[in-house]
Design a binder for this molecule. Structure first.
Ligand SMILES: [Zn+2]
Length: 191
């Protein structure tokens, strides 16, 4: 008797488990169906943007246009007032070799064996992209000189650098030769 009752109980438990699995299966099906039907509402939501697009596009066009004008007006005005055009200059090129610097070159026979360090007229180490030699009567030492949009510093001079002439320093003699002689419109930074 006890065993039959136990069997019935276990049978009832199995039925319960079976019905639970059926319910889980239905729920999973419902989930799958709901996921499958989602694309259609999203496709419907893709259509509205077409009608709302002109409303969104209108402020976007006016927004950047205003900011572009503000950005364009602000930086150009100070830059123009800061830069002073010195006009047309003859620009040449030099390096630290004996051909370019003669007795001032560390490669000059009189310098070899000494602790001589080749420096500019202002005591700096000549550096390509920064050092230029000027006539200090025309451009004072320390002046920021703009050539082709690049900022150089007037920190050297030379016997041949007189008047509206600028000698641009290059790290190698070949690079200096390649530059040759060019006429440039020179700008300096005003205070
Ligand atoms: Zn040289």
């Amino acid at each position: 008797m006890r065993s039959e009752a136990a069997r019935r109980r276990t049978m009832a438990r199995i039925r319960l488990i079976k019905t639970q699995w059926v319910i889980i299966g239905i729920l999973l099906l419902a989930l799958v169906i709901s996921l499958a039907t989602r694309p259609s509402p999203s496709a419907a939501s893709q259509e509205p943007p077409e009608t709302s697009a002109p409303v969104v596009a209108a402020p976007e066009v006016t927004g950047p246009a205003e900011t572009e004008l503000d950005v364009a007006e602000e930086p150009t005005a100070p830059e123009e007032s800061e830069l002073i055009q010195l006009g047309s200059f003859k620009t040449t090129a030099y390096c630290t070799c004996v051909k370019c610097c003669g007795i001032w070159s560390s490669e000059h026979p009189s310098r070899i064996g000494t602790d001589y360090v080749q420096k500019t007229a202002t005591g700096t180490i000549p550096t390509e992209g920064r050092t230029i030699a000027v006539d200090p009567d025309v451009i004072p030492f320390g002046t920021v000189v703009i050539i082709d949009g690049h900022e150089y510093i007037a920190e050297d001079t030379g016997s041949a650098v007189v008047g509206n002439t600028i000698d641009i320093y290059f790290a190698s003699h070949d690079a200096a030769l390649q530059y040759g002689v060019q006429t440039k419109t020179i700008y300096i930074k005003g205070e």
